[in-house]
Design a binder for this molecule. Structure first.
Ligand SMILES: [Zn+2]
Length: 308
């Protein structure tokens, strides 16, 4: 080895030792999160201790967030990976985890944070699997649209942060309690505001809304998709239109990731109101946080209920 090369190696080793021995609290906790609602919760609970990187911006399909070149290096360096679970992210996340080569965030490791832990899913099929093309093989994964169940995700994120970074336990639990108190107050407000939605029939493009409908008393009439993740057929659309007319279904929900053409046609044919509703923060303007998103959903739906 030449003396110049030796000097470079020595300097690099010294620098590595210097930065390697920096105190752990100097760096923020790096969290990669699949969807924007969970990212909002992680920012609330983690506060100044966390650096949150969210794969989705809010307008994507929860089952198919498109890959970007920045994802793999972010996941490679992540301390925690936070996800919805119940196979919601099945089509994109397992491959990303594998490509990231970061054992901390692999399934079963402390950095793998499945927010569905403790959530009792609805619509659990008798046999699980993706063989039918159904993207809900372990029950419906859209529990975040029920704010009571969403509180479980807040707690799961807090628990994961405390487990991996116990030195900040007091901050995380205080932030969690402050946020849950705000959310609880909003839930009372939402339940009062949603009274006109009781018994109101609606259809949506994808089966996003069973938890929301159950919480606020709506009557989920059907979906434009044949099954979750399966495109509608002309026969299914014709049948849906006939049934909606017969039952006077007043609302068609279009989620932002689906094209407007078919929902618009169904609304025109049936006389129903077409409303575009986000399924996570950022899906439409002025819904940057979970609380703003739920505010938007409830007020938009109430405004679409026909006068009696
Ligand atoms: Zn779904």
């Amino acid at each position: 080895m030449t003396s110049t090369l030796l000097r470079i190696v020595t300097v690099m080793a010294a620098l590595t030792a210097l930065f390697g021995s920096a105190p752990a609290h100097a760096a923020k906790i790096r969290i990669v999160i699949t969807l924007t609602d969970l990212a909002d919760f992680a920012r609330e609970v983690g506060g100044d201790h966390v650096d949150v990187f969210c794969l989705a911006t809010g307008i994507e399909d929860t089952h198919g967030v498109p890959m970007k070149p920045s994802f793999v290096p972010r996941m490679n360096r992540a301390d925690l990976l936070v996800l919805v679970g119940l196979e919601c992210e099945h089509s994109f996340l397992p491959a990303l985890i594998e490509a990231s080569k970061n054992s901390r965030i692999e399934y079963g490791h402390p950095g793998y944070v499945d927010c569905s832990a403790g959530v009792s899913p609805v619509e659990v099929p008798l046999s699980t699997g993706h063989s039918q093309g159904d993207v809900h093989p372990y029950g419906n994964p859209h529990y975040m649209l029920d704010p009571l169940r969403a509180r479980i995700a807040v707690t799961n994120i807090c628990n994961a942060l405390v487990a991996s970074f116990p030195q900040y336990q007091a901050d995380f639990t205080r932030n969690r309690d402050v946020y849950l108190a705000r959310l609880n107050a909003k839930i009372v407000e939402w339940e009062a505001a949603a009274k006109p939605l009781k018994g109101v029939k609606f259809v949506s493009y994808h089966l996003h809304w069973p938890y929301f409908a159950e919480r606020f008393g709506l009557d989920y009439f059907g979906t434009i998709e044949l099954k979750p993740g399966i495109d509608p057929t002309p026969h299914h659309i014709a049948e849906l239109i006939a049934d909606m007319k017969a039952q006077r279904v007043p609302i068609v929900i279009r989620e932002p990731q689906f094209p407007e053409k078919v929902p618009k046609l169904i609304a025109q044919q049936t006389g129903a109101s077409l409303v575009k509703l986000p399924i996570m923060p950022g899906g439409v303007p002025r819904t940057e946080t979970y609380i703003k998103e739920m505010d938007y959903i409830i007020h938009t739906l109430v405004a679409a209920v026909p006068a009696k």
